[in-house]
Design a protein around this ligand. Sequence first.
Ligand SMILES: [Zn+2]
Length: 155
Amino acid sequence: MYFPSQQYVTEDPERAMRLLAHEAVHLLDSRRWTIPLFALSYLFPQVLVLGVLGVPWLGTWAWAFLGFALPWPAPGRFYWEARAYALSMWLRYEAFQTQPYQTYFCSWAYYRMFPFPKKIDRALARWANKIQTAKDPVLHQVWTHYQAAVHTNNL
Ligand SMILES: [Zn+2]
């Protein structure tokens, strides 16, 4: 992960911290699920495009794997990003405000990972509820660290 510029951090330090919190959720999730499982689920089904190289005995039929390069809905990526963006949403608004985040799920920013707005709303609401009730250890851990950092640095 990277910050686009030093100005990005200095002009809105809280935004920069929210970005770090979002990425911390991914890091902790990948540690809990192991990096291979997290990466495969995150990249599925597009990762199946590698089958074009992995099954040479299929001959020209192996080219069919290139179809997985299309922007199919990616349920794993949706799951991981819904968790992290629910935290981003809650840190920013302390309210259910999905509109700014639906764009990420439906647009090319995340390769059109999940173009179903109602399901996005439901997922963000579910994870936001778990943040509020401290029912998810990863989200709760990042939430508490973020709150401590904001108060320590008077942001
Ligand atoms: Zn993310």
